[in-house]
Design a protein around this ligand. Sequence first.
Ligand code: MG
Ligand code: MG
Length: 272
Amino acid sequence: MIVAKTKEEIELMREAALVVSKTLGEVAKAVKPGVTSLELDKIAEECIRDQGAIPGFLGLYDFPNTLCMSPNSQVVHGIPNDTPLVEGDIISIDCGAIKNDFYGDHAYTFAIGEIAPETQKLLEVTKESLYVGIREFKLGNRVGDVGFAIQKYCEAHGYGVVRELVGHGLGRKMHEDPEMPNYGKRGRGKKFIEGMVVAIEPMINLGTQRIKQHRDGWTITTLDNKPSAHFEHDVAIVDGKPELLSTFAYIYDALGIESNEEEEFRQNALVL
Ligand code: MG
Ligand code: MG
């Protein structure tokens, strides 16, 4: 069952989302060659606790850390370790936090220094597909409309759209109804309702859509070991339209990137 949130609850959820946004911004400052994912994990845990929040992933389904850290061919759910990142790597960082008894949950894929042009393109297209999907998250549409839009956009670039892992409703629980696949058929699936909040999160592979799970029970990798990207926003339906609760602005500040994508999205001016 989809749990709609009141406007007040959506404001509380925005605070939870912003805890994660700020945390990813702090992490972004330290994402450089030589840093380990365990070091980044410590930065994130401290930053979340400093904001009076609780790491949302730590202990959830027995996950051992604050961040899911998935480098290169890892899709999602990678466990932080002490292997230093090197120039040319990418790393998908997924972060969750609990504030006001609500979850925030979003993700960004970072480039470590200079990366291969085809990998750079994968990151760009995956992030674009996130907004393409979010645009369809509005009253009158259904779950399949979001998935269809993301799938079409990514497959047009020849990428593999992961099937086994999906976005989700978000609220007092990390995973609420409905499931939000990154593939689908127009007009199919559950109907969107006012006040619902979801995490939309394309997981897109440079090569095959197929994945494998590691023996650690967590890490998911592409079957062909080619790179995979993951971008995630928390979004509510307010007055019938999608409203971003999370922001990548802190990441862009940290990395010195000029981006108007969220502003353009809000003003309906983002052309993709
Ligand atoms: Mg996430
Ligand atoms: Mg999520």
